[in-house]
Design a protein around this ligand. Sequence first.
Ligand code: DI6
Ligand code: FE
Length: 407
Amino acid sequence: MSGTVLQQARLATMVSGGTPYGLIEDGALALSEDGRIAYAGPRADLPAEFSGWPATSLNGRLVTPGLVDCHTHIVHGGNRAREFELRLEGASYEEIARAGGGIVSTVTATRAASEDDLVADALRRLDTLIAEGVTTIEIKSGYGLSVEDEIKMLRAARRLGRERDVRVVTSYLAAHAVPAEYKDRADAYIDEVVLPGLDAAHAEGLVDAVDGFCEGIAFSPKQMARVFDRARALGLPVKLHAEQLSDLGGAKLAAGYGAISADHLEYLSQESVDAMAKSGTVAVLLPGAFYTLRETQMPPVGALREAGVAIALATDCNPGSSPMTSLLLTLNMGATLFRLTPEEALAGVTREAARALGLADDLGTLEAGKIADLAVWDVETPAELTYRIGFNPLHSRIRPSGQTGAA
Ligand code: DI6
Ligand code: FE
């Protein structure tokens, strides 16, 4: 086996338990031809077996694991700038949703779009994320709300992963909103669309996990349990939008199904924190939605820390509550709005985001055996990635395919 060595590199390995950020000042990385990290550690300790491999100097640049955006709705039709104006005039997110705006208005635009349209539109947003060092992105359906349109969204998501050098992980989110044609008939919508759509999408290999929106304006825990039962029968992992606007106990329900993540969590109770700790469910915090909706209820970061629940951060890129395509800005918001430390914030888009996608064995830290997805930065300290606002210090991404995407 051969490969390449990167040296004169400062490594934020994000391996926990040692130095902050798992930092190695004078580091080296050996990347083998099979796309894995063969060695990540001090240059002085590089094993002799790698010293014959061609070496490149990174001139002291910082290397982190490739960034992981573990919660996005990047595939969608249209935009909601008008709703943004209405909210500035005083309407709430829930009022707009109940009046037929909100998610349902994006459904109209998404149904009208072809798969090609969805791909072309999403590529602009995806490229913005890639330019900031993102190498893995989770993409949800949830704006089709018919079997055919949910499948169209998921096909578009998979295509994005073929059109760009990025790993796409999909989530089936038909239980996102009740479409107009099923108004007040949420259970019928689950029976006639959500469950058969899941079977069909799974049969086509389009589903990596199953998600839902558990909220007064969407689905109850009881309804979500029906969807999760089907996911379990198909052997698919589950996750949930929970406790974003109120506490329905969604995260506890999800934890009971061994959910890989529960997301948003502003109104999370201590009981649900404990349930998540027990099941190893990752808390995915979404400061872009908190900021956009001008929420004042903070997710219980202290209680999550105390209970040892892993915390991830993501953009929640969507046209309504988080029209944001910057994971670096998400880091800054995670620190400034939620008081995460810069180290927690960076772990939240690397190690813990990988865990939130069930990919902790392959991604999220710089360690031998993991996939060689890297981001190289023109910064001196890892905290700079969280500290700046609107500045992108990415030098390059490195992925096993051998392609690099310059900033
Ligand atoms: N919560 C969110 O923040 C997104 N979905 C959800 O369930 C927002 C979806 C939207 O407003 O379009
Ligand atoms: Fe979301």
